[in-house]
Design a protein around this ligand. Structure first.
Ligand SMILES: Cc1cc2nc3c(=O)[nH]c(=O)nc-3n(C[C@H](O)[C@H](O)[C@H](O)COP(=O)(O)OP(=O)(O)OC[C@H]3O[C@@H](n4cnc5c(N)ncnc54)[C@H](O)[C@@H]3O)c2cc1C
Length: 299
């Protein structure tokens, strides 16, 4: 999502963006069978993209045109149609329906994966020499593989209440990017800030305030919701925003890292590509970890 106030970019993808979109689309196609195998619900009521003021409207239009240009199913709506679909938001100046967007609860996915793996998950390094070592330590990779990945802090809130929201709302409120994801049982996730930083990911007063201001202006009923949790995590960003999946050049060492904003979406595709890499398949060049040589090897 573009940073605050950045609305001048034309609605054309840059090369890396379309490569990333293609990966995301391929992984999205794998999600229904992946979710079924894990017995995790996948919510497919789509995402309503919305904006409040004139600047937000330009962001909605730019994003809608970009996604339509990349082949997504995008329907631009007037305010009346948007309200008929989703009455919970207050006044919106612009809206677009992204019907193919799906949502899943990442905690439910992780818990299902851990249950499936059972006793094979150990809290210490195995003593035997492994056939393959997969590096998947998030925003901080061990040396000598650390250099392509940096932490980009994201803060999110978990709220509880009944505001009658039936699908994901995503958009801009006076330039502030925000989304609200309703979950069964009344939980709502509000996110997400985005900030480059060197320290540990901590929840900040400013981050929480910006999220709450934007979310409550977008959905006024959230004012009465319970604020259950605020948390911060580092997204593992790379220089080209694409993950690192494949061989390192060191025998038996394979990163599955650098998934930045799309690690959940890209999980099934990553699992497949990683298994192929471990079995000796050539990596997808756009994900090849060797595309970022260590600093001393660069010209
Ligand atoms: C606020 C926010 C919102 C997001 N929203 C979305 C979204 O809507 N859709 C989406 O697809 N993605 C989203 N993401 C991105 C997604 O969460 C990441 O891409 C994904 O979590 C990266 O997965 P990972 O396994 O590389 O790292 P992590 O999820 O960070 O997991 C790394 C794990 O490794 C462990 N670890 C670290 N060091 C060691 C060690 N030395 N030994 C053993 N274990 C270690 C850590 O404790 C951690 O459990 C979001 C991220 C944030 C922060």
């Amino acid at each position: 999502m573009p940073p605050r106030g950045c609305s001048r970019r034309p609605a054309r993808p840059w090369h890396g963006e379309s490569a990333l979109h293609a990966l995301c689309a391929e992984s999205a196609r794998l999600w229904p069978s992946y979710a079924a195998a894990l017995a995790v619900p996948l919510h497919d009521s789509g995402t309503l993209l919305v904006g409040i003021d004139a600047g937000d409207r330009r962001e909605v239009e730019r994003r809608a045109a970009l996604l339509a240009g990349l082949g997504d199913d995008v329907e631009v709506l007037d305010g009346r149609r948007a309200r008929a679909l989703e009455p919970a938001p207050g006044r919106v100046s612009s809206a677009a329906m992204l019907a193919q967007d799906r949502a899943v609860d990442p905690r439910a996915v992780l818990s299902a994966l851990l249950t499936r793996l059972g006793a094979r998950v150990v809290a210490r390094a195995p003593v035997d020499r492994p056939d393959a070592t997969v590096i998947a330590t998030g925003a901080r990779l061990p040396a000598p593989y650390a250099h392509p990945v940096r932490g980009v802090r994201g803060e999110i809130l978990r709220l509880r209440g009944d505001v009658g929201l039936t699908r994901v709302l995503r958009g801009w409120v006076r330039g502030e990017p925000v989304y609200v994801v309703p979950r069964p049982g009344g939980e709502m996730v509000v996110g997400a800030t985005s900030e480059e930083h060197d320290g540990p990911p901590v929840v900040t007063v400013g981050g929480v305030r910006r999220l709450l201001d934007a979310a409550t202006e977008l959905v006024p009923g959230l004012d009465r919701a319970e604020l259950c949790e605020a948390l911060a995590r580092d997204r593992p960003g790379t220089l080209d925003n694409r993950p690192l999946v494949g061989p390192t050049g060191d025998a038996g060492v394979f990163p599955a890292a650098g998934h930045f904003r799309h690690g959940v979406l890209l999980a099934p595709l990553t699992a497949r590509l990683l298994a192929d890499a471990v079995e000796g398949a050539a990596p997808d060049p756009s994900l090849d970890p060797r595309r970022f040589p260590p600093p001393e090897e660069r010209c």
